[in-house]
Structure formats: structure tokens, C-alpha cells
Write a protein that binds this ligand. Structure first.
Ligand SMILES: C[S@@+](CC[C@H](N)C(=O)[O-])C[C@H]1O[C@@H](n2cnc3c(N)ncnc32)[C@H](O)[C@@H]1O
Length: 267
């Protein structure tokens, strides 16, 4: 079978998402001689080496599973450490569009937590871009570092273990994502760090935070194009004989406030 290792074909050392059923999904790196155990049977890693991604494979019990490339969203669901509240994929999607994120951008992040948003930003800016991330807690920064290392994204990220209220070192940044309890307290630092007209997104779980931030933005007169959003995502049962919404959904994650830097008036 021809094809590129880890892109088309499973080779030793490649990451794999093994899907047995909706609840049994495992992410691992293939190691010759290793085994993955589950209540549905055992998978010998050797059995997937050389298979094209997208192949079916049988466990020791005869149960069938599928071998796929893990996506970032699969890692977020079950392949990373989680020690803080994280921003969900439904919200990341809108954040990426609002900030017009692209390869090569230099992006600021305030409030790293477990590094889920850092991973989204780093995967989009690519090897030629960079993410500058501020996190006040050393233990959180370490968790994020481990997660980014696992994803192979750590070299695109600089994590500063620092209170962002004391200042931001970088200048001329293309965009910012702020996920911290009191974002109004860093507005001046943020304004200095962004390039003219650059966008910033603030993620906040509570409506009173949004109101307070809006007030601070209005008072400063230094921001424009301010918008507030909430993303509701309803998944469907993907069954041709009974297509209908799922009975449960994530009711609330947080609000997304978008705004852009306004230059000071030239006199
Ligand atoms: C909800 S978590 C961020 C989660 C992250 N967006 C994700 O998706 O994984 C908020 C983080 O902000 C950090 N934080 C709070 N105040 C901060 C400050 N003044 N400067 C830097 N980080 C701060 C907290 O320690 C916490 O880890």
C-alpha cells in the first residue's frame, strides 16, 4: 500500500483515533508490540500498522472498529488534560472567523487555562505564525504546555507565566483572545499590544461581565465595531429512519464579545 506515513497510512509512531462506537473512542500513538484494552476487546497495535486511515479492524473479540486520524476536536474531547473551564469548538469556530485568523499571524492570548484555545490558535497561525499566551498560574501553564507538546504545537507558542494586568510585552499583534474573569482591567495594555485596527475577542461566562466590559469599552472611546454573540449548537441524530435533534445539548458556555482597535485622533 503506497501513501505517506501518518497522512495516508498508519506507521509506527503515528497517532490513531480508534472508534469502536460513539462512546468508545481512543487516541494513541502506534507502538509495535503494544495493546489497547477495552471492555469490547483488545486491539494489537501491530494489526493497524500498514493500514490506510479509514480502515476497519477487528478486536480480539471479533468486534469491528475504525482507524482514523485524530482531529484537534477529538483530542479536545478525550485526548488532553483538562484542569480549567475551556472554550468549546462551537465558540472557537466563530472566534476564528471574527478575528479572520490565518497562517502567519501573531496572536495574543490572555488566560491560557488548559491550553485548548491556545491549541486552536497555534494550529491556525501555523509554523510561520506565533501565539503569545499569558497565564497567571504556573500549574495551569504547565498543563497547557503538556497538552501543546502532545499536539506538536508547543514551538509556535510562548507562554508567559504572568498577570496580564501588569502589562503585555508584545507590540503590533494581529489579534487577541481574552478569557479571564476581569477583562476590563487589561484594556489599556491590550490596546498598546495590537496593531491598528486589529480585532480582539473576549470570552465571558456571565452576562454581568459582558455589561461591565461594554461600559469600559464605551468609556475608553478606543474601540469600534463592538458586537456581542452567543453560539447555540444543536446536534441531530444522524439516522435516516429517525432524523431528529438529540435530546440533550450544551445549554450555555459563554458570551463572545468582539471589538476592534480604534486609533487615537491625530491632532
Ligand atoms: C477559563 S481559563 C481559560 C481557558 C482557555 N481559554 C481554554 O480554552 O483552555 C481562564 C484562565 O485565566 C487565567 N487568568 C485569570 N486572571 C489572569 C490574569 N490577570 N492574567 C493572566 N491569566 C489570568 C486563570 O488562571 C485561568 O487559567
Amino acid at each position: 500500500m503506497s501513501g505517506e506515513c501518518c497522512r495516508d497510512i498508519v506507521c509506527e509512531g503515528c497517532p490513531v483515533l480508534l472508534v469502536i462506537d460513539e462512546r468508545r473512542r481512543f487516541i494513541f500513538r502506534v507502538r509495535r508490540g503494544a495493546r489497547l484494552g477495552s471492555d469490547r476487546g483488545v486491539l494489537r497495535h501491530d494489526d493497524v500498522i500498514g493500514l490506510p486511515y479509514g480502515s476497519r479492524v477487528r478486536l480480539s473479540t471479533g468486534v469491528e472498529a475504525v482507524v482514523l486520524q485524530p482531529r484537534l476536536v477529538d483530542y479536545m474531547e478525550r485526548g488532553l488534560e483538562r484542569r480549567s473551564q475551556v472554550i468549546y469548538p462551537k465558540d472557537h469556530g466563530l472566534i476564528v472567523m471574527l478575528l479572520d485568523l490565518r497562517p502567519g499571524m501573531r496572536v495574543l492570548e490572555v488566560g491560557v487555562g488548559s491550553g485548548y484555545t491556545t491549541a486552536v490558535l497555534a494550529s491556525i497561525v501555523g509554523p510561520e505564525g506565533h501565539v503569545y499566551s499569558y497565564e497567571i498560574r504556573g500549574d495551569m501553564a504547565e498543563t497547557a504546555r503538556r497538552n501543546l507538546e502532545r499536539l506538536g504545537l508547543l514551538d509556535r507558542v510562548t507562554i508567559r507565566v504572568r498577570d496580564a494586568r501588569q502589562g503585555i510585552d508584545e507590540r503590533d499583534l494581529d489579534a487577541a483572545v481574552v478569557d479571564m474573569p476581569d477583562p476590563w482591567s487589561i484594556l489599556e495594555h491590550l490596546h498598546k499590544a495590537l496593531r491598528p485596527g486589529a480585532g480582539a475577542v473576549f470570552f465571558m461566562p456571565a452576562a454581568n461581565q459582558v455589561a461591565r466590559l461594554l461600559q469600559a469599552l464605551e468609556l475608553s472611546g478606543a474601540w469600534t465595531e463592538t458586537r456581542v454573540y452567543e453560539v447555540l449548537l444543536r446536534e441531530y441524530e444522524a439516522r435516516s429512519d429517525a432524523l431528529r435533534p438529540r435530546t440533550t445539548m450544551i445549554a450555555h458556555t459563554g458570551y463572545i464579545l468582539y471589538t476592534r482597535k480604534l486609533q487615537a485622533q491625530q491632532t
